[in-house]
Ligand binder design. Structure first.
Ligand SMILES: [Zn+2]
Ligand SMILES: [Zn+2]
Length: 331
């Protein structure tokens, strides 16, 4: 029996892959967090998950043309390492910050820490943490799409023309820092314990890998709750009305509540990318948003053209109104 998209086995694997990889990743994270070197073992589990997903990308790709090299692999990995470095520094601050608060006895923040329901079972604390962090992630992501001053950093993530597991972490470090700030600060202020931060990091890591993967997964009802590859492909669409949707990083609850959830009943877009141009090399990509010329290149010609079109349409409408008014006066 061959492993073809029409076979029953293919359909079963396609439907089971997302939950199976997610649960396996979390189980690995559990053992990593129980060990003495939890960051080291977590990274081992994470890399093993990357390898498993890469295998399924080869075996059952959603879009075959995305298997071709795009010359961006080095940059994808370099941005991932830089952004992950940022996250790990934040995690280190996360470790020392509550201790500093406790020892210096900052009265305001110590008081605030009473808000966190630390007697709940850990799984409910993590669910609450995810729900709160997700609002920050949603806001940071949506703002990055709706304001050019932030889009200049986020465009790097959208500049890819294929999705695969390796460009999951392709974020400008400024984009990552903005997201970390908006999602983690509320949790610090509420006094969430370090274990909640670690588990949110694990969930975000595995869902992120799955979100970007080029595997033909059938996610069905999962699309209503989690940010799945299907939803995220719409988010990468070149068509603005499709791309400015599905901002959720792990959960799509805030998209559902705030009207940006998008999941029409047809195969999700493979025509992805941006209208502007992102620089070629890693360092050039880091520097590009900070220069005037760079910003212009990132934003591209389309906004200017759109502005001109809108101006012309407004002028034509005004001319029509004037001539109608003249006709009415003379009539
Ligand atoms: Zn985006
Ligand atoms: Zn993406």
């Amino acid at each position: 029996m061959t492993f073809q998209s029409s076979s029953r086995l293919y359909a079963a694997v396609s439907a089971l892959l997302w939950p199976a990889i997610f649960c396996a990743g979390l189980t690995g994270a559990y053992f990593a967090f129980e060990s003495n070197m939890h960051l080291l073992w977590f990274n081992v589990v994470y890399l093993a998950t990357v390898a498993v997903i890469a295998f399924f990308e080869w075996l059952m790709p959603y879009e075959k043309t995305w298997l071709k090299r795009d010359g961006e692999t080095f940059n994808d990995v370099a941005h991932t390492l830089l952004s992950k470095g940022g996250v790990q520094i934040a995690a280190a601050i996360g470790t020392s910050f509550p201790m500093a608060v406790a020892t210096v006895a900052h009265p305001v923040l110590s008081y605030h820490s009473h808000f966190w329901p630390d007697r709940w079972p850990l799984i409910f604390q993590v669910a609450l943490g995810l729900f709160i962090a997700e609002l920050g992630l949603y806001m940071a992501h949506r703002l990055a799409h709706e304001h050019l001053s932030l889009w200049r950093f986020h465009a790097l993530h959208h500049s890819v023309e294929r999705l695969w597991v390796i460009n999951t972490g392709r974020f400008h470090f400024m984009d990552s820092l903005f997201k970390i700030a908006l999602s983690q600060i509320p949790l610090y202020l509420l006094g969430a314990p370090l274990s909640v931060f670690l588990w949110i990091g694990a969930v975000t890591g595995f869902i992120g890998l799955l979100t970007h993967c080029n595997v033909d997964m059938r996610t069905g009802l999962l699309d209503l709750i989690f940010s799945t590859p299907r939803l995220h492909r719409w988010h990468h669409s070149k068509v603005l009305a499709e791309g400015n949707t599905n901002y959720g990083e792990n959960l799509v609850i805030w998209d559902q509540l705030l009207g940006t959830f998008y999941n029409p009943p047809r195969p999700s877009s493979t025509d992805i990318g941006i209208t502007g141009k992102v620089a070629k090399g890693f360092l050039a990509q880091l520097a590009q948003p900070f220069s005037r010329q760079g910003r212009k290149e990132i934003i591209g010609k389309k906004p200017k053209e759109l502005i001109l079109q809108e101006e012309q349409a407004a002028k034509a409408a005004a001319a029509r109104r004037n001539s109608n008014a003249r006709i009415r006066k003379s009539g």
